[in-house]
Structure formats: C-alpha cells, structure tokens
Design a protein around this ligand. Sequence first.
Ligand code: GLN
Ligand code: ZN
Length: 762
Amino acid sequence: MAQSHVLGLPRVGAKRELKFALEQYWRKEISQEQLQQVATTVRENNWQSAQDKGIDWLTVGDFSFYDQVLDTSVLLGVVPERFEAGKADNLLDNYFRIARGSAPEGKQVQPSEMTKWFNTNYHYIVPEFTEEQSFSLNFDLLAPQIEQAKQYSAKLKLQLIGPVSYLWLGKARASNEFDKLGLLPKLVKTYQELLTHLKTEGVEWVQIEEPILALDLDDKWLNAITQAYTELGSESEVKLLLTTYFGHIADKFDRVAELPVDGLHLDVVSGGIDQLSEVVDYWPKSKVLSVGIVNGRNVWRNDLRQSLKALGAIKSRYGDNLWLSSSCSLLHSPVDLRSEQQLDAELTSWLAFAEQKVQEIADLTAALVKGEEAVRIALEASDASVASKKTSSRVHDLNVQERTTNITDILRQRQSEFSQRKLAQRAHFNFPVLATTTIGSFPQTDSIRQARRAFKAADISEQEYTLAIQKEIQQAIHEQEAVGLDVLVHGEAERNDMVEYFGEQLNGFAFTQFGWVQSYGSRCVKPPIIYGDVSRKQAITVEWSKYAQSLSHKKVKGMLTGPTTILAWSFEREDLPAPQIADQIALALRDEVLDLEKHGIDVIQIDEPAFRELLPLRKSEQPEYLEWSVNAFRLSASGVADTTQIHTHMCYSEFNEIIDSIARLDADVITIESSRSDMELLQIFNDFKYPNEIGPGVYDIHSPRIPTKEEVSELIELAAKHVPVDQLWVNPDCGLKTRNWDQVRPALKNLVEAAVEARQKL
Ligand code: GLN
Ligand code: ZN
C-alpha cells in the first residue's frame, strides 16, 4: 500500500555550497575536479537523506550545474551552431558557455536566452531549434549521476523533461519562424533511444514531465502529446510516469487517460485537491497515480491529518499503485529548516523546508502503509502546529482584520479622473514635456554595502549609519542635479532588496538566514515569509525622502514597492486568500504614501515589477487575479490629493493581454522597460489609447554600455511615433543599482541632452 518519491531536490546545498563553488570555478579559483566534488557531495547528501527517511524511489537527473532545461538540451544534442567556434575541450565549459557566454576555457560567445520557468521565479535557458535540427544523445552529464545513484539501495527513477514540453519551451531560430512541432517525430525517436539506454542503466521509472499540460493548450499541442506518448509509451522498456505540475489538468483527464503510460503525477496543491475525486473516473487502478500533496513551492508544514483524510478516499482504489510525492520539484523550496538559528520556536514549528518536506512525504506514506499509529509523533506535532497557528496572536491581528473588512470602493478611487488630475498636476509641478527621471536606485557601491553590513553587525551606531546613508543621498542628488534631470530620486542606498527592505519594517513578516531558492544559475533569492496579518510598524521611507528633498529645489520622488510585488516575491501564508494579503500590504503602503505626502513628497512611485509575473497560467483564472491586483495597487495609491503624482514602474513586460488592467491601475505615470524592443511595446499603449503618462525606457541598464545621445534621441523619436509627445517621459529601463557611477553619469547626461534637444524640436 503506497510508495513514496520526490519530484526533485534542491541542488544549491544547505549553505549554498554549489553556488559558491560555481562562482569560484568561473573565477578560476578552483579546478573542475573540485567543482565536481562539491556536486557529488550535494547529490550524496540529497540521496542519503531521502533513503534514510525511507523514500522508496531515488530521483536521478534532478541535479544540474546551471539549469535542467539546458541539461536536457545537452543530453539531446541541441547545441546552437555558434557555440562550435572556439569550443573548449571539455563538456562542462561548453555547457557554461551556452548559459553565460563564457567559461574558464573556450571563446566568449553570445549566450542563449534565459526566461521564466512558468509562473515561478526560476529561470531556464531557452533551447534554440533550427528547421533542420537533428538530435543525438550525449550522456556525459547524466552518466556520472546515474553511476553515483547506483550506490544506494533504493530503486532508481529518472527525472526528465518530456519531448512536447521541451519543444514548447524552446524557440525556433530562423529568419521565418517555422513550426517547432515539425521536429517532434525526430525528437520522439531520440527519446525512444534514450529510454532504451536508461533501461540498460538500471533505471526502472522515468518521471517524464509535461508541465505544459497545466496550461491552456490548443489542439495542435494536445495532439502532439497524444502522438508523442502513443509512440513512446507503447514501446518503452522503462516505465513512464507522466508528470504535471503548477496547475490542474482536469480538462485533459480524458485525453491523458488514453495514453499508454504507466503512471500519472498530479499536483494537487496548486491544481487543487478536487482533482483526486475527479481523476478516479478516468485513471485506472492498474496504473500508478502519484499524488503531489506536499507543497514544493512554499515553506509551510503540511497538515498531515488533513492530507491523510484527502488520500483516504483513493487509497484502497490504488493500493500499491498510489504514490505520494511533492507537488513539484523541491527546487523551489529552501533546503533545510535546521540551518535556521534565528527563528523562534513557535514560527519554526509552522515551517517545513525541502528536508522536512521529504520527511512529510515519508510520514504520509508510512501512515498509509503501516497505519497512523506508526507515525503518531509526527501526526501530533503536525496537529499542534496547525492548532497554534490558528490561534496565535502573531498571526491574527484584529485591528488589521477590521481595517480590511471596512475597505470600500471609495478607498480605491482617486479624487478626480486622470484628465482632471493632469491639469491640476501640470499647474502644480510645471514639469517640461519629455520630463526626465530615473527609476529609483543608483549604484550600490562598496561604501553603501559596507555601511549596511556594519550597521547590521552593530559595528556602527544608528547615527553613524544614518550619516553614511545621508552622504550617499547627497551624492545621488548632486549627480542628478549636475546632469540636469527634472525629477530626482534619493537613490535607495538604504535598501538591500526592494521587498526585504519593506518586509523588515512590516508586522507579519519573518526572515530566514539560509532560506535560499535558486533563481538562475548560481543566483539565489531569499524571499521573506509572510506569516501573519500585515501592518506598518512606523514610517518606513519618510525620513530618507524628506532628507533628500531638503537638498534640492527640484522634486524628489518617494519610492515604494507595490503590494503585488511584495506578495509575489515572498512566501505567502496559506491560511488567507492572496487578495486579502495584498489588501493588507496595500493598507500599510497607503499609510506610507499619505505620510510621504504629508511631509511634502508629492511625487511618489509605487513599483510593481512583478505585476505581470503573477498572472495565472490559465486564462480562466486571469481576470480574478487582475482584479485584486489592480485593486490592491489602487488602495495603496488613491488616498492622495489630485496634485500628488503617482508613478509606477514595471520591468519585463508582456503587456498585450493586460493593457486594460495597466490602465485601470490609474497611475499618473508608468515607466516601463522598452529600449531593447525598439519601442514596439508602445504600440499596445497606442492601440489602447492609453490615457495616462508613460516613460518608456530609453537606456538599457542591463548592459554596461553607455548609450550615445544619438541613440537616446532615436528612441525618443520612435516613442513619439507611438504615443503623443505630451504624454511621454524620458527615463532608463529600470533601476541603476547594478551599474557603476562611471557608466551612469555619462549615460544620464546623454539621456538628458537628448530630451532637451527633442523638446527644442517641438
Ligand atoms: N525602484 C526600483 C529600482 O530602481 C525598481 C526595481 C525593479 O523594477 N525591479 O531599483
Ligand atoms: Zn524595473
């Protein structure tokens, strides 16, 4: 009765060992053997721990030096032509060249593109296909992992991205785009060879992942699934566990049930537990049903009692064929709660990171196999955790709850419409047309980092720290006045991170020391944990903004992070719906906005770079998200007078389907990233007749390159073709914190000069 497995484990290491080793290797400080040794240890720890906990199937292939999609490309021989020239004579360096453009050995080259992995904060390397793409297997990355895994007594299951999702994730590289699906027959042949080979390597099951099944798919792609698995499944010697995650596949149960595969994995966390009662009508009991019931993307302890109850309805139907697992790979979870030394006992008792989640899967399985008595201690601990969270006064703040229930639509509404506010603001500010500004941050120099670190370590007093940051603000203001920008910023020197900084000053947030999650390559993020009702402890940015404003006669923009972005880049609580969490954050921000206004800051930017990112994968779920997300923004912004100008900012932006929601934010000014798309993005705003003001980025801040005045002028001219010039602002694509002053200074000078020239031509 019931078996356990995990879709995949984090590979960064409990103390980010792999990250540091990678970066040392890239800097040529350690050898490839030393890097391999760290990788071997990471896998050893993962497998040993899974085996010790009694997990039935060991997962191989979940390790990666950079990204699992890139590993798949290498495995299938999908390496773009341009990486051939100046190749290194070892595989790993060529692998890193694809990911990063450079490696200790081999020529520098334009790396492959990177993009977001579905709706997560993980980024993958986009496969590039040519129309004549051929596939050929290369086991060099995978073979040592399989070899190492054989040392364990548990049975082997290989994690593998399926052929259809693999094609879907890649891009067709050609002058005229061809149909990627034309490559499917060839690709399926290669997968067949692969499966045959795996059998000889002692792999019994392949967890073949088709995450695209959780998307809205058209017939073409659905048929591709049928075609691929009909061929793969009927001949495969290894067993296939068709694996989906990040959503439900209830609309495709009928189709999936017809495929000749041996098992199916469902994500019943993000896809909903209801899938269990529906799937039994389709999925035979003679096949494996893997239930992803432990959340792979959040940090909360599983309510074991509740999970067992849900499983109760299907356990006798599937018996031995019932597998329990994580909802998705634990790649998206922090590694080990035991590393945390600074969280208190109560909070700790509510949490589970990857290590603890593996234990939960083992415990749930043991409860089904041996009876609940066998895991009594675990069950009791889980019950106690649930009970304490339900009643804890740290979680539930009656004041916040009352305030959120009393929110009315009026609170989400500016006093006047934009057309009227525009007149009031023009009279009040008298900014020039094509007014120039920046997005908020200025270079995070060593002196800034040193000051912050010293203050955190209590090596300097609060007063000394304040003086240090004030010095940075002075420099930022001075530099901006020198180049002649119209609306200034204070530079964000006091912020390590745009979400963590606010979270630290809000009730309801907790911070970990080692809660790192891979974002891309060696880069990790450490999202705060929202565990309780959110409120503002005290004014957050007011003193810094006031100080900055005191230094200049020009306007200095206040700078806040918006509710959706704070939510998106945190681990959110599961006991309160997202719209309510967003509203709580919005109310705290609203207080901050009004405080800023009261102190004379009447240009205020509320950043929402994650607005697009949180858009649900399924069309049917998008309107609801857009509704609450827009509402939360409006709640944070709408308390101000007509003469206060609200800005917002969004980076990477596919605005196509959401332009009406962007308009509904009703920000007086929106700045967007657009320099690399040659202003094409603005066409959407034009088609929509977007009424408010827009600052399309005219300086690509992602590159160290300094744009010339002519380049900026060209972009301004292009922008003016799409949007009436009196609606336009001139600004960089995004914040400048990753640049240095020697780049920023001349770039901003060119930007301002180009704007001034453009004005003269009007
Ligand atoms: N105000 C932020 C900055 O300039 C915005 C960052 C972002 O868009 N990600 O750094
Ligand atoms: Zn940005």
